[in-house]
Design a protein around this ligand. Structure first.
Ligand code: GTP
Ligand code: NAG
Ligand code: NAG
Ligand code: NAG
Ligand code: NAG
Length: 421
């Protein structure tokens, strides 16, 4: 996954896009469109990818859906993007849970809809006429051009080719979704290049698998950030996180200067956020300990870094967000010692049962993002999402783009992707 991510990051900077003219559209707005044929766009992501990379892939698809929605011809502006239910994520325990978690458990659907025409999977089932099974008309498994690195051809292109991997689409693990028309599409370029493919097709159901192969049209531009800002969290999760901040960390939006408008579309550039009187640290452990031994500091070293930073900031409270086993967390608390207050959110039975691992992770992210100062883990997408959240709230840049140093005291700063309006 790491190598893959590097590829993404080097390329996305090179890609530019001329943009389609934003014109009047009539999606759900204009009576003359009432009889228009709705088209459904499905997508899925490489199965082992985690929640936070999936959020990034969503943004690429949401920007595509946004562009389609704003195009004039009805065959293109009639697409709805179907949100792939959360299911079978490798990091999450699905054993005791329903197999499909809708997006509304984690995100505020009306906020998402204010950016792009998205619907939940169950909405699709309700709208779809055939009540027994769904046969997707066109399925494309995206794959990288095999010759891309040898030939050094990094131009935008796409071509139906022989499949390079022995891979079958999962159709979200639904047994009642299939497709008789599955092709591999070698692809290089931004997600919005798929418009060309859709323009040449008349299918009303199109499924894009391995959507992570398609890159951001433009990483970090205005539309990117609009898509990002529209990803407001589920309101109940926000409330739970805010109650924790108030009860344990003396942190409220009013005192922290982190109040945001009710509607993300009303947000304005701002650098005045102060944050609650605590340091927050995202310490990614688990697979990172083994896969990145050079970058991952020991618990002892992390405790030293935390104490040093707390002293520098003249704070005595630290909030820890981590996937570490309880034993490691306890060790860390002992190492930090009684002079400081250490907090972690673990979630009660209700929260765990209703929102599962993903809910706890989001609450962790919300609490981290409201701190006076944040230190993340290098190269963790979980940390990237917290940094973005802080950019949206308007924190000074230096309080956000920090990562834990490694055992040799080498402190690589994360790339500063600053918000753009
Ligand atoms: N509650 C909680 N869960 C975490 C934390 N860090 C990682 N996780 C869990 O580990 C999973 C993997 O991390 P993700 O960031 O989503 O996965 P990823 O997209 O592969 O990103 P990387 O962190 O870059 O691996 C998350 O979905 C969480 O379930 C944390 O600080 N708190
Ligand atoms: C497909 O199966 C899912 C899960 O069992 C169910 O919720 C959905 O309604 C079914 N859809 C159709 C069209 O049969
Ligand atoms: C769609 O195809 C038509 C016919 O080839 C072409 O004129 C039009 O420019 C295309 N639109 C887009 C958005 O690619
Ligand atoms: C909580 O913060 C406020 C300032 O926002 C401060 O006046 C108050 O003393 C703090 N309370 C505690 C218990 O630290
Ligand atoms: C972490 O360990 C390294 C190597 O021992 C050391 O150079 C560095 O200063 C340590 N960092 C802290 C904050 O203790």
């Amino acid at each position: 996954m790491f190598i893959f991510r590097c590829i993404l990051f080097t390329n996305l900077i090179l890609i530019s896009f001329n943009g389609y003219k934003s014109e009047e559209y009539c999606y759900d707005k204009n009576s003359q469109c009432k009889d228009k044929k709705i088209r459904y766009l499905f997508y899925d992501v490489n199965p082992p990818e985690g929640f936070n990379l999936r959020r990034d892939v969503y943004m690429r698809m949401a920007v595509l859906a946004y562009k389609l929605h704003n195009l004039r011809p009805d065959n293109l502006n009639s697409f709805k993007l179907v949100l792939p239910p959360w299911s079978h994520l490798v990091h999450w325990d699905f054993s005791q849970f329903p197999e499909y978690i809708p997006w509304s458990y984690y995100f505020d659907l009306s906020s998402l809809k204010n950016f792009a025409p998205v619907i939940e999977m169950y909405d699709f089932f309700n709208e779809y006429k055939n009540k027994y099974s769904v046969i997707i008309e066109e399925t494309y498994i995206l794959q990288h051009f095999e010759d891309m690195f040898e030939s050094g051809n990094f131009e935008d292109r796409m071509e139906v080719e022989k499949c390079t991997k022995d891979y079958k689409p999962l159709f979200f693990h639904y047994s009642n979704i299939t497709s008789n028309n599955v092709k591999c599409l070698s692809f290089h370029g931004s997600s919005t290049n798929l418009i060309k493919l859709f323009n040449e097709s008349t299918a009303s159901t199109i499924y894009i698998d391995h959507a992570e192969v398609a890159l951001h049209e433009m990483f970090g531009n205005k539309i990117y950030w609009e898509a990002r800002r529209s990803m407001r969290f589920n309101k109940e999760l926000v409330k739970i996180a805010n109650d924790f901040r108030k009860d344990f960390l003396n942190s409220t939006d009013l005192s922290d200067l982190t109040t945001i408008p009710v509607d993300w579309r009303d947000e304005k550039p701002n650098r005045n956020a102060k944050g609650g009187p605590y340091l927050s640290v995202h310490m990614r452990r688990k697979d990172f300990v083994k896969s990145r031994p050079q970058e991952t500091p020991s618990l002892k070293n992390v405790s030293e870094q935390i104490k040093k930073t707390l002293d520098k900031l003249k704070l005595d409270a630290v909030f820890i967000s981590t996937d570490a086993p309880d034993k490691e967390y306890k060790t860390l608390v002992d190492l930090i010692g009684p002079k400081y207050k250490v907090f972690k959110y673990s979630g009660d039975k209700y929260v765990k049962e209703k929102f599962k691992d993903g809910g706890i992770a989001i609450i962790d992210q919300i609490i981290c993002s409201h701190a006076r100062y944040f230190i993340g883990t290098q190269e963790s997408t979980f940390s990237f999402r917290i940094q973005e959240e802080r950019e949206i709230m308007g924190f000074p840049v230096k309080t956000t783009f920090n990562s834990l140093c490694n055992n040799d005291g080498i402190c690589r700063k994360p790339s500063q992707w600053k918000i753009v309006y």
